[in-house]
Design a protein around this ligand. Structure first.
Ligand SMILES: [Zn+2]
Length: 314
């Protein structure tokens, strides 16, 4: 079924339809910034809009036909006039890079100067655009400053504030916003999640349905329950900070545990009225986030987490 048009979530459909109207009227700016939280489906919407542009025989309403050569090549991921730019492997091929580098942007600029092979539009998606490194960012700016009709440059980012102000100023924004609660619940249930689980996940994800869905699939909600139980035990003195820290840092989910822990601290603070305890939780929230950043460094994770958990108890 990969050739069928994907079913977009209602909040994705709204952004898609808004952009599609402008696109069909030839009024969509050359550079767009798709922004909003992770797991909102920004890339899926950008891809669907690209398919719309690449289809040579759109059906009623302008949707891609899924049958023409343009559509076939888009589904196969080999359309010569479409570029989906993300992290490429390192030189020795052992892992993916963690930033988008200048060679990629140079190749993109080069491509955009060529006549489209299908004679239609050219589209490039850059995701995550906020991970373009400095040199690549300067190269991208040149491309942004020389718009060519029919060439579309779509930047996708969950952290648009990390992009340079000059790049941001060259783009129009397509904002993905969290949907109303009822819509999020209905969508989660349509994904096959029982209502009770969907509600718990939606609360934990603060109304973000895509994140709730991801947590329900990858065990994130179970992990959150475990973190909450550990924090309660630590507070009561039923669990030692060192022992808990060893457990929290034994696997590859340490950052996720700290994220849940920080979030649980905020949730607890929100339910309180005592200013002293609230201040303490706010400070602990900051400390948890700092510890999460420390995990990226050479610091010993178990020691850093033990220190954090000692502070929870105190
Ligand atoms: Zn088509």
């Amino acid at each position: 079924m990969s050739d069928a048009n994907p079913v977009l979530a209602p909040w994705q459909q709204r952004v898609h339809d808004h952009a599609a109207v402008a696109l069909d009227a030839g009024k969509l700016g050359h550079a767009q910034l798709f922004c909003g939280p992770v797991h909102m489906g920004k890339h899926a919407v950008a891809l669907q809009l690209a398919r719309r542009l690449m289809c040579t025989q759109p059906v009623a309403g302008g949707a891609p036909c899924s049958k023409c050569r343009g559509c076939e090549l888009m589904v196969a991921g080999t359309h010569p006039d479409f570029m989906d730019i993300s992290f490429i492997p390192t030189r020795d091929g052992s892992k993916l890079r963690t930033e988008i580098v200048i060679e990629q942007i140079r190749a993109l600029s080069e491509q955009l100067t060529l006549t489209p092979q299908f004679g239609g539009a050219q589209v490039a998606i850059i995701d995550p655009a906020d991970m373009i490194n400095h040199a690549a960012s300067n190269a991208l700016l040149k491309t942004l400053e020389e718009p060519v009709p029919g060439r579309h440059l779509w930047l996708v980012s969950a952290r648009p504030e990390k992009l340079s102000a000059t790049i941001r100023s060259r783009c129009q924004r397509l904002e993905f916003r969290l949907p109303p609660r009822d819509e999020a619940r209905a969508w989660l249930q349509a994904q096959g999640h029982p209502q009770k689980a969907a509600d718990e996940a939606l609360d934990a994800a603060r109304g973000h349905p895509g994140l709730a869905d991801a947590w329900l699939h990858d065990g994130g909600i179970a992990l959150r329950r475990e973190v909450a139980a550990d924090l309660a035990k630590l507070a009561r003195g039923d669990l030692g900070a060192v022992e808990a820290a060893q457990r929290w840092t034994a696997g590859d989910d340490t950052a996720m545990r700290l994220r849940h822990a920080a979030d649980l601290a905020v949730a607890e603070a929100a339910s309180l009225t005592a200013p002293a305890r609230m201040r303490k939780l706010a400070a602990w929230f900051d400390a948890a986030n700092r510890t999460r950043e420390l995990l990226q460094t050479t610091v010993r994770a178990d020691l850093a987490v033990a220190e954090l958990l000692l502070a929870w108890r105190g």
